[in-house]
Design a protein around this ligand. Structure first.
Ligand SMILES: Cc1cc2nc3c(=O)[nH]c(=O)nc-3n(C[C@H](O)[C@H](O)[C@H](O)COP(=O)(O)O)c2cc1C
Ligand SMILES: CCCCCCC(=O)C(=O)O
Length: 386
């Protein structure tokens, strides 16, 4: 029996109060609790999305259109949720996706996330825009698996420096986010005048970086406004194109994954360029309003490049059943976004552990009750859809 099944037994035998920090086990209810407990600004920033919110809604609607068709009498006594992703063995097909500025929801921010991830041996993808540095988060995570996410800055020296720091601190894979050369139009944050960066949150990696500091005369100084303006000037690089991918390979010798892929042609170009994996994602609907639901694009991308590369998925995962659907449509593993930020905001490290354990226990049960014992056995056959 897997440890997630043990977790489930623990719940049924001991009662929720004994094993959980009093949080809902349904991640959509957890989200509603976070709305009540977090500050309106922080909650709004995490929950928010681009424009009218149409893409974020499309992400969920896409999951609702696919339904699981459970199979019977298949001996599901012994299950194994583990998967191989880019040469590493994961206990389950789940990673913590890159979520920046996490100290807006909890003072321990990414440090608490790293501890929770490490405790469960789940890879954490650390954002360039984290509230703590690459090195601080690595130390908090100890031996736990960690990946680094790059927002490709205008200054190549800073990009190279980030990659060198990440390598030295034990991050094993690189995720390069392509969908955010600039922040999307997010009316809620604009109306609330709540942008973490203007408060100096999310810039820890930049303000601690020798290449960044060189651009502002060597140090941040008491008045951080010069440094923040410089940060705003270099943060995103809307000029990068497919021709620039070689830069990444020159500075990173481990696996490279491109995040934000939504079109089959882009997926093919990535693979042709020697990239090791793609993440089908629309940034949780935070960038382009009126875009297609991320899950709607997954089958096409898998059909185009699934045999040649590792396809991962995020945007809209809220339950174990959602993980089953994404895997059945060809994702090797999924990344969780907002739910763990809510767990962190509600209960710190324990809250992140809670979210992971609930998701994995529900995944284990949903697989078992659908007649599946290993993620690799999940195929589109188990779904009915559009
Ligand atoms: C508050 C917040 C901050 C985020 N920061 C980053 C980031 O720094 N880098 C990145 O690649 N994606 C970032 N994302 C996007 C997530 O990695 C992921 O694509 C998205 O949250 C998935 O959608 P979901 O939250 O609806 O599951 C962020 C998302 C949120 C909600
Ligand atoms: C100025 C852009 C910083 C973005 C960091 C957080 C993020 O990706 C988000 O979606 O919010």
């Amino acid at each position: 029996m897997s440890s997630f099944a043990d977790f489930q037994n623990e719940i049924y035998l001991n009662g929720l109060g004994d094993v959980l920090p009093g949080l809902p086990t349904d991640l959509t209810r957890l989200e509603r609790l976070a709305r009540k407990r977090l500050s309106p600004g922080a909650h709004g920033y995490v929950a928010g999305s681009a424009g009218t919110g149409a893409t974020a809604r499309a992400n969920r609607e896409a999951f609702d259109r696919w339904r699981i068709v459970p199979r019977m009498l298949r001996d599901v006594t012994v299950r194994d949720l583990s998967v191989e992703v880019l040469g590493a063995s994961l206990p389950a097909p789940v990673l913590l996706g890159p979520v920046g500025v996490l100290s807006i929801v909890h003072p321990d921010g990414e440090l608490a996330v790293a501890r929770a991830a490490s405790a469960l041996n789940v890879p954490m993808v650390l954002s360039s825009a984290a509230s703590y540095t690459i090195e601080e988060v690595a130390e908090a995570g100890g031996e736990g698996p960690r990946w680094f996410q790059l927002y490709w800055p205008k200054d190549p020296e800073i990009a190279a420096s980030f990659l060198g720091r990440a390598k030295a601190a034990g991050y094993t894979a690189l995720v390069v986010t392509l969908d955010t050369p600039m922040l999307g139009w997010r009316p809620h944050d604009l109306d609330q005048a709540y942008l973490p960066f203007l408060r100096g949150i999310g810039v820890a990696n930049y303000f601690s970086d020798p290449a960044f500091l060189k651009g502002i005369g060597g140090s941040v100084g008491a008045d951080r406004s010069t440094a923040l303006l410089h940060w705003a000037a270099i943060f995103g690089n809307p000029a990068v194109t497919w021709d620039d991918l070689g830069f990444l390979r020159e500075h990173w010798d481990g696996p490279i994954v491109l995040k934000g892929i939504q079109h089959t042609d882009d997926a093919r170009r990535a693979v042709d360029a020697g990239i090791d994996g793609v993440i089908v994602s629309n940034h949780g609907g935070r960038q382009v309003d009126g875009a297609v639901g991320a899950l709607d694009m997954l089958p096409e991308v898998v059909a185009a490049v699934g045999e040649r590369t590792t396809v991962l998925f995020d945007s809209g995962i809220r339950s174990g059943a959602d993980v089953v659907k994404a895997l059945a449509l060809g994702a090797r593993a999924v990344l969780v976004g907002r739910p763990y930020a809510y767990g962190l905001g509600l209960a710190g490290e324990a809250g992140v552990r809670h979210v992971l354990r609930c998701l994995m226990a529900e995944l284990d049960l949903t697989m078992a009750l659908s007649g599946i014992t290993r993620p690799a056995d999940l195929t589109p056959e188990f779904l009915r859809g559009p």
